[in-house]
Design a binder for this molecule. Structure first.
Ligand code: AMP
Ligand code: MN
Ligand code: MN
Ligand code: MN
Length: 286
């Protein structure tokens, strides 16, 4: 039985999406940070899972499969982490592939908008960072803008150019929350609503999102994440308790230079919530 106070990090990114470290390098960092339970959750891909699993096994680190799936809800992009999914599940694979296939076109459109603002070469520049067109994300465009001196940091690029409503932004074409949760669950996974404070929703909108997530079978809320203040951790722990959801924890680590928390630095879950690993364990008796 895994204890409540496990040091878990169930949300991070590798070079398979918009992180800068390989899955194996992340496993090493997770192990060095004293993590007991680890998941790699790349955006819309399971490509790094085998490497993550093997590297974790070699280190004696307990690993669980993971993915962070983009989803659309009422005109907002919502991220849903799937933990403990079957990485070969055809329905989930198909949904993730459709998301990846849409990425080059969206990046091209955003690069054109940046070109109109006098920023040349953004598509090719982002592609150098991403390594493959299907991985292209706003993060790679942002890294290019920092590289060419247009902004000081990735965060500054998002503030000025790449967030919704800013001149470089192009809306995505993600599947809806219902379809995403359905595929995560069909693949045997637990669906976790990621970093709820990041969506900048009003209290009413947030309650509507939580209702929708519950209605379609969502099972857990990311209570501890690098962008939550201590007050937000308490606030979302209360939501998890009230809604009967489990609680998850993850750094959302992308890069040593860009991320607020290193792997394993996110505070542990507060008392009184059901840790998401209790659900993962209940699902797969050992
Ligand atoms: P995309 O999937 O192409 O829309 O890109 C989403 C990614 O952009 C997220 O996973 C984050 O890594 C990054 N991102 C979004 N907003 C911000 C922000 N304000 N500051 C830094 N990175 C951000
Ligand atoms: Mn990201
Ligand atoms: Mn996210
Ligand atoms: Mn993430």
């Amino acid at each position: 039985m895994l204890p409540h106070c496990l040091r878990a990090d169930l949300h991070c990114h590798s070079t398979c999406s918009d992180g800068t470290l390989s899955p194996a390098a992340l496993a090493q960092q997770a192990h060095a940070a004293g993590i007991d339970l680890w998941a790699l959750t790349d955006h819309d891909t399971l490509a790094g899972q085998d490497e993550a699993c093997q590297a974790a096994q070699a280190l004696g680190l307990v690993w669980v499969s993971g993915v962070e799936v983009s989803a659309s809800w009422a005109g907002h992009t919502i991220h849903i982490v799937g933990l403990g999914v079957d990485t070969q599940h055809p329905g989930l694979q198909q949904l993730l592939q459709a998301h990846r296939t849409s990425r080059p076109q969206r990046a091209q459109a955003m690069a054109q908008q940046l070109q109109a603002l006098g920023i040349a070469g953004a598509y090719a520049g982002a592609l150098r960072h991403a390594g493959h067109p299907d991985r292209l994300s706003r993060t790679h465009l942002a890294r290019y803008l920092v590289e060419c001196g247009r902004c000081q940091s990735v965060a500054e690029v998002f503030r000025h150019y790449l967030s919704a409503g800013k001149p470089g932004y192009m809306p995505p074409a993600w599947a809806g929350v219902a379809a995403v949760v359905a595929q995560i669950r069909a693949a045997g996974g637990v669906a976790v609503l990621a970093h709820p404070a990041r969506y900048k929703l009003s209290a009413l909108q947030e309650a509507a999102l939580f209702d929708a997530f519950a209605q379609v079978g969502g099972q857990a809320l990311e209570v501890c994440t690098s962008t939550h203040s201590p007050a937000q951790v308490q606030q979302y722990a209360a939501v998890a308790r009230q809604r009967g959801w489990a609680a998850s924890v993850g750094s959302d680590f992308h890069s040593p230079h860009e991320s607020r928390h290193a792997l394993g630095q996110t505070p542990s879950l507060p008392r009184g919530v059901l840790p998401v690993w209790a659900l993962l364990q209940a699902r797969r008796p050992t």
